[in-house]
Design a protein around this ligand. Structure first.
Ligand code: HEM
Ligand code: HEM
Length: 538
């Protein structure tokens, strides 16, 4: 065993021990037994039964009917404003990377059915623009928007202003430098050559540093919290912010994992980035926003905690389902398949809470942009994960592996689930930071329909193409080129869907810039898809 592997094993052991201690602490401090009352932690006194959708306090239908309630509202405003510089820099950067990243995605898509397109220049070859797309949307858009949303929600969850904001601002600057250098390196043809880990390792430490700097304000704010109980979203956020730097650091240590070991670590990391980084961010945001907009606590608080701990237990071992059939020990693959199926436990608990809380209030997605994006995102989380558990079965994976089916699943997760929740969160957060409502309801509507129709076309076309492709590849008599030609109309449909998504992003970014520059027309009330006539109460 090399000293480096021994060191990594020691770090892993210490991390597991810390996890166990946190579990013991949470049991001993009754974090599990606060029951349904704990689900009410996110409301100010008297707020339950009132929606928080009207964005600004002064346009809100409910402003508190007692002194304590009014004070809590004022305190919440102070909490919202405390994170403003940090949240704005993380979110603005994310929105920028969304545009760049999806532009590269569209280019990569066009090249798959029109290979001559921009083929004369090394800067635009598929081998460079595909990883540029992936890394820009994962580390630029998804991670930065997720961190921005967490920085906004943490002071609300802990009911105290954000401490250590400069750490988060510095973290954003370092992270952005990392994305710029990483994408630049790939564009110059310099890459570590492993999917999801393409950024050269020399650049990677910037992400570890940027991520760790963001964890500082969260931990400082947690230490000064005025709530005794940690609401379930806090668990997801704190865990993700601690998990990410470790995962990223371990997977990027250079020259330690050669050959098949390297592939194992590569996919251990890649699915942990999905399961222990972006997924907790998405689920945690939905756990906060859905009840706040409905004015109703989640239906089973105990179940929500079971969901968190079972995610922590099962997700960390699923990554090797990416290597089914690969040259690695069978027991390792089987272990990951078992864990992939066991993932249905956290997934179902989250589904019961997210959709059960919505029960009877589905009509609210007609009016609230935030709720529409967030709830559809939550629904797609259920769909992606159940689909993923099936895809991990050997009998299904033998068809879907190495096909467009996986890409469809990837976008169902990273886009229809995660990005939708992030869009919803940004619609919720920006008015509370800028004291302005979104200027144009029609732009939000246009954004929604473009991306919703776009991802639908994307998903359906690639799922069909991938399944047919997988079946054909298993038939040794079918010539490979015939299979490639068969998929072309579906790939063209994907470019159409992707084009709509990019158009939706342009609409969103323009609206975001107006919101940032406070140049948009002020609406009289909150910007909903349609104006609500009466306040909804439980
Ligand atoms: C229970 C949960 C899940 C399970 C068991 C699961 C399982 C799988 C499987 C078996 C694959 C295909 C591996 C292959 O044949 O190459 C896959 C790919 C993928 N999944 Fe999931 N999935 C789950 C949830 C999610 C979620 C929530 C997301 C998004 C946030 C997601 C994003 C992806 C991506 C991006 C890929 C493609 C990775 C790549 O090839 O680069 N999955 N998943
Ligand atoms: C925020 C938006 C998006 C996210 C988070 C996202 C995420 C991803 C991910 C995780 C992968 C790797 C999948 C895998 O290896 O299994 C990927 C690949 C890809 N994405 Fe996206 N994507 C987004 C938008 C788009 C758009 C708008 C298009 C336009 C058509 C697009 C086209 C592609 C293409 C062509 C690939 C490579 C597929 C392949 O190699 O077969 N993506 N994307």
């Amino acid at each position: 065993m090399t000293p480096t592997i021994a060191l990594l094993l020691i770090i892993t052991f210490l991390l597991s021990t810390v996890g166990l201690l946190v579990l013991i602490w949470s049991i001993s401090t009754n974090q599990f037994s606060n029951s349904q009352n704990a689900a009410r932690t996110i409301f100010t006194p008297g707020e339950e039964g009132h929606s928080e959708d009207p964005a600004r306090e002064d346009t809100s239908a409910y402003k508190g009917d007692s002194k304590a309630a009014k004070e809590a509202f004022t305190a919440r405003r102070v909490q919202d404003q405390s994170s403003k510089p940090a949240v704005l820099i993380w979110l603005s950067s994310a929105v920028f990377w969304l545009l760049i990243g999806s532009f590269y995605g569209l280019l990569a898509s066009i090249k798959m059915h029109y290979p001559e397109f921009m083929a004369d220049s090394q800067w635009w070859t598929f081998g460079r623009i595909r990883p540029m797309h992936l890394n820009a949307v994962v580390y630029g858009w998804s991670s930065m928007a997720g961190i921005g949303a967490v920085l906004f929600l943490v002071p609300r969850l802990f009911k105290t202003p954000l401490r250590g904001t400069p750490y988060a601002v510095t973290g954003a600057i370092i992270w952005n430098i990392g994305v710029i250098l990483g994408l630049g390196a790939i564009n110059f043809g310099l890459s570590d050559g492993q999917e999801w880990l393409e950024f050269p390792w020399q650049v990677d430490f910037l992400f570890v540093l940027g991520g760790a700097l963001c964890a500082v304000p969260l931990l400082l704010t947690c230490a000064r919290r005025t709530v005794e109980h940690l609401y379930v979203s806090s668990w997801y956020f704190l865990a993700a912010l601690v998990w990410f730097p470790f995962l990223f650091f371990i997977a990027n240590v250079p020259k330690v994992f050669p050959g098949a070991t390297g592939a194992t670590v590569n996919w251990w990391f890649a699915h942990n980035v999905l399961g222990l980084w972006v997924t907790p961010l998405g689920i945690g945001i939905a756990y906060y926003i859905i009840p706040k907009i409905l004015g109703r606590p989640i239906i089973s608080y105990k179940l929500s905690l079971i969901g968190f701990w079972s995610l922590a237990l099962f997700y960390s071992q699923v990554g090797i389902h990416h290597l089914i059939g690969g040259p690695i020990p069978t027991w390792l693959v089987t272990l990951s398949i078992v864990h992939s199926v066991m993932m249905s436990i956290p997934v179902i608990t989250v589904a019961i809470n997210h959709h059960g809380t919505m029960w009877g209030s589905f009509g609210r997605i007609k009016e609230s942009p935030t709720l529409r994006f967030v709830w559809i995102g939550a629904l797609m989380y259920t769909a992606t994960s159940l689909q993923g558990s099936l895809m991990a079965l050997r009998s299904v994976n033998v068809i879907t592996h190495f096909t467009h089916y996986t890409i469809a699943h990837a976008h169902l997760g990273m886009y229809a689930f995660l990005s939708f929740i992030l869009f919803g969160a940004i619609y919720f957060i920006m008015p509370r930071l800028t004291d302005r409502e979104w200027p144009w309801r029609r732009m939000i509507s246009l954004h929604f329909w473009l991306v919703a129709i776009g991802i639908l076309i994307y998903f359906v076309s690639l799922t069909t193409a991938g399944w047919l492709q997988g079946l054909a590849l298993l038939d040794a008599k079918t010539p490979f080129l015939e299979i490639v030609q068969m998929t072309i109309p579906y790939l063209q449909a994907r470019s159409l869907g992707g084009g709509l998504m990019v158009a939706g992003h342009i609409v969103f970014v323009v609206h975001f810039i107006f919101m940032l520059s406070r140049r948009g027309a002020m609406t009289q009330g909150p910007t909903l898809f349609r104006v609500r006539t009466k306040e909804i109460s439980q």
